[in-house]
Ligand binder design. Structure first.
Ligand code: GLN
Ligand code: ZN
Length: 829
């Protein structure tokens, strides 16, 4: 089979000096040293002489149609930034060391793009933590609790905002649109004053320039910045964030002027909120902001970049009527309507940055199909006005396929990570201008064809079974209250039954045992006996604590999705396919490449073993289809719902095998169901319908006496409560304690919930041990809105990240609180 030539980022060794700073001896010397906090955030220019590169500028490359990259992953091909950050935070390395790693990463990225021939190379898409936090520091939008007294913001203030410090908690973090990236939410109030407090954008532009690379500095646009912020604590909820626009624009003007002075010729404003349902007032603010900036921007080419969906018609009109803008960037992968909008009218003389290479996934581009799209667009806007681009920042995909040593060649030929996507963008641009790399295109076509016809992708039986599910309904035959009665007869649980969410603390020893078994360093026999011992410990502890419905503790699982993916067909796993989730945290999503099926039972062995150790009910523990889907890189050759139905069928087999093996309570976690909600209201119902349907498929076949639990890790489900009821689980456990019981308000407002429900009674994200009184108080608040016969008592989420010294007393108090209330309820009768 034909192999795609892998072009890639060079393995992180641009300067010879960079390797020495990470040698263990130097780290050992510095261990325990306190990191100097006086460093300015982005003063890395002093590292440059050693990094000077012989970068070919675009002029030495074949003159091509222009190419552009929206943004690039900053974590590094082997998570270099993660390790540098964590070492710095632990006081094991200096600010200088961290800045050096960062500068090396930036220069290798710029070099890679310049070498590939990319014309519009972004700068300021690097970040030590998050680009929204960078924008907040640029504007001096620092909440007063961090004690900033003006001046250029350094690591101390910056990381305190991101992560908190000994005396002040971190700022809130939330999901970046519908990605798994999380940004820091700026807190704003009407009295805020803004000043230019971080020169990062200008410094990075200059840094690239000193390396011989002309870049396009990227800023989070002023409107998106405000719309992604929240009113500070104590500020009226009705406060309009957009009313601050005229206060932040002067800072944007300063930044723009400095960039101009430094020699920038283009500037990119990311305005992704334009793809959401903005109202007329918000669109007006948008038009106002850019007309206000117009005179400062004159002399610069301005690109407004949008991504993650198409721009609604009204917003498109506003956007394309702006004066002083030279180009618009659109996501042509997710933006299904964009082509029609553009065909309906595109301002003449402007550039269209056509995002045809998918920044959200790991599949190689269908180059021929992209050429067809680009040519069609060229016919509308003029061929010379097309700039080939990525659909969004490559931040949301894995970094470099070249580091994948475990994937086989066939699967590898189907993939493109960020480094490979850069090459694709440029190949498309060259082809459009008549310099098609025939060999590259034909190996791409061969890979596309092999993916289409590979027997590893298609499993006709699965296709058929999944297709049969569409448009049908799957529900348990008996209604939930009758089921709960039947289950209670069998389980005989006390009032306010206690349980936990599944995992128990994961010790170093446990991780080692799993690692050694995977590396075949210990025998299966030894592995099984270690895990068995651990399960036994967890079971005994729960019996001692007098918990009613037990769990086995999940000691055999590394990750709730990976564990199942590894046992299902149709999944592949990378070794370095990390994607930044927040700060230094990364996730490594499995790749779903083929039809999903379950060759054999996945959890029955461990669950029955655990059940045999106790007379109390032992919960079977599964991850639900929607969560497996949402936390994986999914196929782009069939709709998401089809893949989800396939996973649902596999989980259904597992549910039924557990039931047959005598497990009477089965929990199917849907931690990520809410995350998959589309960005636009008009698409929500479609998603919720197939997502909820998929969940019901997994358990519609069980007996009335089998109790189905589900668990969700978020509290703001008020807007999707009807979908949650429609999941028709017997019991739902859900996060609650961090949100001041926001969750309970929905029941206060009269929503009827007849199934069992366990709003978390304490926060497992914190090491704090809640007292019995505190938990009893929480339960009492729940009893004020929920019937006592449906209420369960459990923590917010799994206990995997906690220590036994925290878990034991916390659960002890939890059970005590449940008992206290049981006796109060009994005497009140
Ligand atoms: N059962 C899983 C656990 O307890 C659930 C994890 C989650 O909700 N994220 O760890
Ligand atoms: Zn959870």
């Amino acid at each position: 089979m034909t192999q795609l030539p892998l072009k890639s980022l060079e393995p992180f060794a641009i300067s010879s000096s960079s390797s020495s700073s990470s040698s263990s001896s130097i780290f050992a010397l510095r261990r325990g040293a306190i990191a100097p906090f006086s460093y300015l955030l982005f003063s890395s220019i002093h590292h440059l002489p050693s990094l000077r590169l012989s970068i070919r500028t675009t002029s030495t490359v074949v003159r091509a149609m222009a190419s552009h990259i929206v943004g690039y992953p900053r974590i590094g091909p082997k998570r270099e930034l993660k390790f540098a950050l964590e070492s710095f935070w632990d006081g094991k390395s200096s600010a200088d060391d961290l800045q050096k790693v960062a500068a090396d990463l930036r220069s290798s990225i710029w070099k890679q793009m310049a070498d590939a021939g990319i014309k519009f190379i972004p700068s300021n898409t690097f970040s030590y933590y998050d680009q929204v936090l960078d924008t907040a520091t640029m504007l001096g939008a620092v909440p007063s609790r961090y004690g900033w007294n003006g001046g250029e913001i350094g690591f101390d203030i910056y990381f305190s905002m991101a992560r908190g410090n000994a005396s002040v908690p971190a700022m809130e973090m939330t999901k970046w649109f519908d990605t798994n990236y999380h940004y820091i939410v700026p807190e704003l109030s009407p009295e805020d004053k803004f000043t230019y407090a971080s020169h990062k954008a200008v410094n990075e532009f200059k840094e690239a320039k000193a390396l011989g690379v002309e870049t396009v500095p990227v800023l989070v646009g002023p409107v998106s910045f405000l719309l992604l912020s929240k009113p500070a604590k104590g500020v009226e909820k009705s406060f309009s964030l957009l009313s601050l626009i005229d206060k932040i624009l002067p800072v944007y003007k300063e930044v723009v002027s400095e960039l101009k002075a430094a020699g920038a010729t283009w500037i990119q404003f990311d305005e992704p909120t334009l793809v959401k349902d903005l109202d007329a007032h918000q669109l007006q603010a948008f038009a106002h902001a850019y007309s206000e900036l117009e005179s400062t921007l004159s002399g610069l080419n301005v690109l407004i970049e949008t991504y993650f969906a198409d721009v609604p018609a009204e917003a498109y009109k506003t956007l394309t009527s702006l004066k002083g803008v030279s180009g618009y960037g659109f996501d042509l992968v997710r933006g299904t309507q964009t082509l029609d909008l553009i065909k309906g009218g595109f301002p003449s003389g402007k550039y269209l940055f056509a995002g045809v290479v998918d920044g959200r996934n790991i599949w190689s581009n269908n180059l021929q199909a992209s050429i067809t799209t680009l040519e069609a667009l060229g016919n509308v806007v003029g061929k010379e006005k097309i700039v080939v681009s990525t659909s969004c920042s490559l931040l949301h995909t894995a970094v470099d396929l070249v580091n994948e040593t475990k994937l086989d060649d066939e699967i590898k030929s189907w993939l493109a990570f960020a480094a490979q996507k850069v090459v694709e963008v440029n190949a498309l641009a060259k082809a459009l201008s008549g310099h098609k790399d025939e060999a590259y295109f034909s190996s791409n076509a061969a890979a596309q064809a092999s993916r289409k016809s590979s027997p590893r992708v298609t499993n006709e039986a699965v296709q058929k079974a999944a297709a049969a599910l569409k448009g049908s309904d799957h529900r348990r035959a008996t209604n939930v209250s009758a089921r709960l009665d039947a289950q209670q007869k069998k389980l005989n649980l006390p009032m306010l039954p206690t349980t936990t969410i599944g995992s128990f603390p994961q010790t170093m020893d446990l991780r080692r045992v799993r690692r050694e078994f995977k590396a075949k360093k210990i025998s299966e026999e030894d592995y099984v006996s270690s895990i068995k011992e651990e399960i036994n410990k967890v079971v005994q502890l729960q019996e001692e604590l007098d918990i009613d419905v037990l769990v086995h503790g999940e000691p055999e699982r590394n990750d709730m999705v990976e564990y199942f993916g590894e046992q299902l067909s149709g999944f592949a796993f990378t070794v370095n396919g990390w994607v930044q989730s927040y700060g230094s945290r990364c996730v490594k999503p499995p790749i779903i490449y083929g039809d999903v099926s379950r060759p054999k039972p996945m959890t029955v062995f461990w669950s029955t073993m655990a059940q045999s150790m106790t007379k109390r009910p032992m919960k079977g523990m599964l991850t639900g289809p929607v969560t497996i889907l949402n936390w994986s890189f999914v196929r782009n050759d069939q709709p998401r719902f089809e893949t989800c139905y396939q996973i649902a069928l596999a989980i259904k087999d597992e549910v039924e095998d557990l039931e047959k093996a005598g497990i009477t309570v089965i929990q199917i976690d849907e931690a990520a169901l809410r995350e998959g909600l589309p960005l636009r209201k008009s698409e929500e119902n479609f998603y919720l319908n197939w997502a909820v349907h998929s969940f019901r498929i997994t358990n519609c076949g069980v007996q009335d006496t089998t109790q189905i639990h589900t668990h969700m890790c978020y509290s703001n489900f008020n807007d999707i409560i009807h979908s949650i009821i429609d999941m028709d689980a017997d019991v739902i456990t859900i996060e609650n304690s961090r949100s001041d019981e926001k969750l309970l308000s929905v029941f206060r407002e009269g929503v009827k919930y007849g199934a069992g429900i366990g709003p978390g009674v304490y926060d497992i994200h914190s090491p704090r041990i809640p007292s019995t009184e505190e938990i009893a108080d929480r339960i009492n608040k729940m009893l004020a809105v929920l019937e006592s016969n449906i209420l369960w008592v459990n923590p917010d989420c799994g206990l995997k990240t906690r220590k036994y010294t925290e878990v034991k007393p916390a659960l002890l108090n939890m059970v005590a609180a449940a008992k206290l209330l049981r006796s109060q309820l009994a005497s009140a009768k």
